[in-house]
Structure formats: structure tokens, C-alpha cells
Design a protein around this ligand. Structure first.
Ligand SMILES: *Cc1c(COP(=O)(O)O)cnc(C)c1O
Length: 226
């Protein structure tokens, strides 16, 4: 895997998509998803200038975090069991999968005084049963309830689209997440500024960028699988 070459190609493609819709490419952050790769490859990602590292397993990522934590900004992107919260606490600046109050409660309890975690509320836009996330019509209530937890900062919304051969088919899902984000953002809530959109993976990140993604989560197309 040539991470440097992959990154250049991805950045150029993102720039082209941004040009198409009149966006500034600097507003798109690449989260390098390293869940399939070793510590060495994760280090190589950082060496190539990537800053945001995404992992989806508390234990699986521990070794990487211990060796490399001073260098990156760490994102927990997978579903998180409540009992595993203590394993990730203080290690990750971002959580992309906040999907229930019990999780918010546990995070709020475990974080130290003055610590905060930046959260994306995961929304199940596609409605697939296999996908985690809040249903779109429950989102507003959920966001309001999160005001009770002072250590939770809702920075944005996240979704996972189904895998389609033709990434164009994901567009309506990303569009809907953006509309939901705009609705919450317009409320100007202190605990939920909700300015960000975490959407798009290796197969569909360009469509997500066209629809406003500010964080794309890219694994296989960037760092490969080992
Ligand atoms: C694995 C994973 C990704 C990256 O997947 P690729 O298709 O390899 O880019 C992105 N987001 C989440 C939540 C993941 O679990």
C-alpha cells in the first residue's frame, strides 16, 4: 500500500468534488480509518501528514494509541458498548457513534471534571435494521435530552450509508443527513452547535463531499487492509 499516493489521489478527488459544488476543500477532514491495519501502517499514515485516526474497537486500538497517541487526533467510530466506555475515556477526542442516552450518561459519568468529548450523533437515515443510530424523527428529542450531560458536546451528525456498487445511490441518504444537521444547527443550542457532518467511506466519500461532509472516514482506499 502506498499511502502517500493514495492520499494524493484522494485529496485531488476531494478537491474536484469540492470544485463541482463550490466548496472549500479545506473544510473536508480526512479520518484515516486504521481498524484493518497494524501499528506500523498507522504510524505511516501519521508520517504522511494524516492527523485524524479512526478506530472502532476499544481493545484493538489500545496498542496503537499507546504508541502513537501524542501525534494524532483520535476518533472512535464504531458502536460502543456502555461497559467499554471506561476503556476509551480520555483517549479519543471524538466519538462518531452516540446513539443512546445510556451511552451519554456513562460518558458523562466517566469523564473527569472539565473534560469533554466531541460527539457526532449517529442517525439511521437509511432505516436498515442492521444499522445503529437514532431514527430521524426522534433526533430532535434526543438532542434536547443530551443537554443534561455537560461533558457531551454535539459537534455534528454521522451516518453510514448502505454499500452500493454505484455510490450515486447513497446521495439521498447524505442529503437527508445534511438537512437534519441544518435543522439542529439552526437552533443554535449551546450543547449542540452541530456544525459538522461525518459521512462517506472508501466507496462513497466523493458523493458525501458533494453533499457537505466535513469528516470523511476512509479505510481501505487509503491505508488498505492487512
Ligand atoms: C470501517 C469503517 C469505515 C471505513 O471503511 P472503508 O470502507 O474501509 O473506508 C468508516 N466508518 C466506519 C463507521 C467504519 O466502521
Amino acid at each position: 500500500m502506498d499511502i502517500k499516493e493514495n492520499l494524493t489521489n484522494i485529496e485531488n478527488a476531494i478537491k474536484a468534488s469540492c470544485d463541482k459544488v463550490g466548496r472549500d476543500p479545506n473544510t473536508v477532514n480526512i479520518v484515516a480509518v486504521t481498524k484493518y491495519v497494524s501499528v506500523a501502517t498507522t504510524k505511516a499514515a501519521l508520517d504522511n501528514g494524516l492527523i485524524h485516526i479512526g478506530e472502532n474497537r476499544a481493545e484493538g486500538a489500545l496498542e496503537k494509541w499507546e504508541e502513537l497517541n501524542e501525534r494524532g487526533v483520535w476518533h472512535f467510530i464504531g458502536s460502543l458498548q456502555t461497559r467499554k466506555v471506561k476503556k476509551i475515556i480520555g483517549k479519543y477526542e471524538y466519538l462518531h457513534s452516540l446513539d443512546r442516552l445510556s451511552l451519554a450518561e456513562e460518558l458523562d459519568k466517566r469523564l473527569k471534571e472539565g473534560q469533554k468529548i466531541k460527539c457526532f450523533v449517529q442517525v439511521n437515515v437509511s432505516g436498515e435494521e442492521s444499522k445503529a443510530g437514532i431514527e430521524p424523527n426522534h433526533l430532535r428529542t434526543f438532542i434536547d435530552q443530551l443537554a443534561d450531560f455537560e461533558k457531551i458536546q454535539v459537534v455534528g451528525l454521522m451516518t453510514m450509508a448502505p454499500f452500493y456498487e454505484d455510490p450515486e445511490l447513497t446521495r439521498p441518504i447524505f442529503k437527508q443527513l445534511r438537512q437534519l444537521r441544518d435543522e439542529i444547527k439552526s437552533l443554535k443550542l449551546d450543547h449542540a452547535p452541530c456544525t459538522e457532518l461525518s459521512m462517506g467511506m472508501s466507496n462513497d466519500y466523493l458523493v458525501a463531499v458533494e453533499e457537505g461532509a466535513t469528516f470523511v472516514r476512509i479505510g481501505s482506499a487509503l491505508v488498505g487492509r492487512e
